[in-house]
Design a protein. Sequence first.
Length: 248
Amino acid sequence: MKLLQDKIALITGASRGIGMGIAKTFAHHGANVAFTYSSSEVPALALEKELQSLGVKAKAYKSNAASFEDSAKLVEKVLEEFGGIDVLINNAGITKDNLLMRMSEDDFDSVIDTNLKSVFNMTKAVQRTMLKQRKGSIINMSSVVGVKGNAGQTNYAASKAGMIGFTKSVALELGSRNIRCNAIAPGFIETEMTQKLEEKTVQAWRDAIPLKRGGTPDDIANACLFFASDLSAYVTGQVLNVDGGMLT
Ligand code: NDP
C-alpha cells in the first residue's frame, strides 16, 4: 500500500545520509519529492534521476537552508514547479564538535544557523501555503543529543533542543488549521556524519545501544513515513526517539 500517493514533499539536505533515505522511501510510497543539497551536486542529480525512475516527479535544488532569502526563493520555486507542499522535512544539519573551552564563535553560530535557524526559515516559508491548504505535516530532524545533551557538542545539542521547542510551539500555533508538527530524535545513525568518529567510539556507541546496532537511514525514513502520512493524523507536537533504545 502506497501511503503518500500524489503528496508533495520538500526535504532539506537529501544528497546523502538520512535525507536521501527519506527521499527514496517517500518516492516508493508515491510521493513527488523536491529536495535540497548544499554542495553535493553529483549525488543530488543522481538521486533526482533515481526517484524519477520510480514514476514520481522529483527535483534537486541547490539551496542553503541557513539563508532566510534562499529558503523563501526555494519554496516559491517548488510551489511553481510542484503546485503545493504537503510535507516539509527539516533534515539538513551539520556538526562542528569541540569542547566548550575550544569552541569558536563561528563554530557555534554556523551550527545554530544551519540546524535551527533553517527550521525557522523553511517553516515560515511554507506556512502560508499549508494554511491555505488547511493541511500539512512538518517533521523536524532533532537528535537524542537535543534531549539529553552531549559533552563536546554544546552547539549541536543547543540547536537540536531548540528544534524541539520550535516543534511543540508550531504544533500549538497551527494545530487548529490541521497542520501537524513533530520531531524525530535519531540516536546513532551510520551515515557520513558519524563516519567522522573514530572506530572505537563508534563501537562504544553500538555496545551501549539495547538493540546492539547503529541505526540506518531507512530506520529514520520509516518514522518520517508515519509522521508524513495519515497514519499519524491525530499526532502532533511529539518527539519520537528512533534510537534502538539508547535513551531508555
Ligand atoms: P549527513 O552529513 O550525511 O548529510 C547532511 C545533509 O545535509 C547533506 O545532504 C548536506 O548537503 C545537507 N546540508 C548540510 N548543510 C546544508 C545547508 N546549509 N543547506 C542545505 N543542505 C545542507 O548527515 P545525516 O544524514 O547523518 O544527518 C541528517 C540529519 O539528521 C541532520 O540534521 C543530523 O543532525 C540529524 N541526525 C543525525 C544523526 C546521525 O547519527 N547521523 C543522529 C541524530 C540526528 P551536502 O551533501 O550538499 O553537503
